[in-house]
Design a protein around this ligand. Structure first.
Ligand code: PGA
Length: 252
């Protein structure tokens, strides 16, 4: 089963609107065709509108890094999935470990967000991943499997098949200590196996699973060579024009 690779940059809380404009101006025409790869930038919500204008007529897609699960109402400071969708945003990253750890997001919140994102016609990039303690205790598969099952609860088979799941071991995020190729393959396969158990093999064969955690131009090809790794979610190495473009070299 061939799945189209998806490489997503996650800028986190970095860049001003001007820096974002300059970045998009520099990369927009160098992005490989989206017949070959889906290329996405996850930008801060405050300049999603400018991002969408910047990528118009290019093969670059835009993601929000989070959203709320209600469309409108008295939720001061939150960003509505309906409002984000109205800007033409394609993807929303949800369940990032920084959101879970620093902002107390639960599996239940993430599941509600997944439903809200689909309701608004966008695609979720759903993150999962274990702590170092869980990894060292040999419980990574069990822990991550439970996160994935909880996040996908109640979605249709069609919605799950079109989702993107990002396996990101917390101990590898921003640390320079990336997972081995074998670990990345084993865990991305474990994520796919959970989808197979919950929604059937056909759905599992279609869902795209990314690896994330210290992915760089010099290691991305190793991950992309794994049969169950369909792409990468990249923080630090997505911030500079040269390294972002170099992440896409594996396509050629
Ligand atoms: P990193 O971040 O590439 O800087 O490790 C990945 C992520 O948090 O998505």
């Amino acid at each position: 089963m061939s799945r189209k690779p998806i490489i997503a940059g996650n800028w986190k809380m970095n860049k001003t609107a001007k820096e974002a404009r300059e970045f998009i101006g520099a990369v927009a025409n160098a992005i490989p065709s989206n017949d070959l790869v889906d290329t996405v930038i996850g930008s801060p919500a405050i300049f999603l509108e400018g991002m969408k204008k910047g990528v118009k007529d290019t093969d670059l897609k835009v993601a929000a890094q989070n959203c709320y699960f209600e469309d409108f109402g008295a939720f001061t400071g939150e960003n509505s999935p309906a409002t984000i969708a109205a800007l033409g945003v394609d993807y929303v990253i949800i369940g990032h470990s920084e959101r879970r750890d620093y902002f107390g997001e639960t599996d239940e919140d993430i599941n509600k967000k997944a439903h809200a994102i689909f309701k608004n016609g966008m695609t979720p990039i759903i993150c999962c991943g274990e702590s170092l303690e869980t990894y060292e205790a040999g419980k990574a598969e069990e822990f991550v499997g439970a996160q994935v099952s909880a996040a996908l609860k109640g979605l249709s088979a069609e919605q799950v098949a079109s989702s993107v799941l990002a396996y990101e071991p917390i101990w590898a995020i921003g640390t320079g200590k990336s997972a081995t190729q074998d670990d990345a393959q084993k865990m991305c396969k474990a994520v796919r196996d959970v989808v197979a158990a919950d929604f059937g093999q056909d759905v599992a064969d279609k869902v795209r699973v990314q690896y994330g955690g210290s992915v760089k131009p010099d290691n991305i090809a190793d991950y992309m060579a794994c049969p169950d790794v369909d792409g990468a979610l990249v923080g630090g190495a997505s911030l500079e024009v040269d390294s972002f473009l170099a992440l896409l070299d594996f396509v050629n």
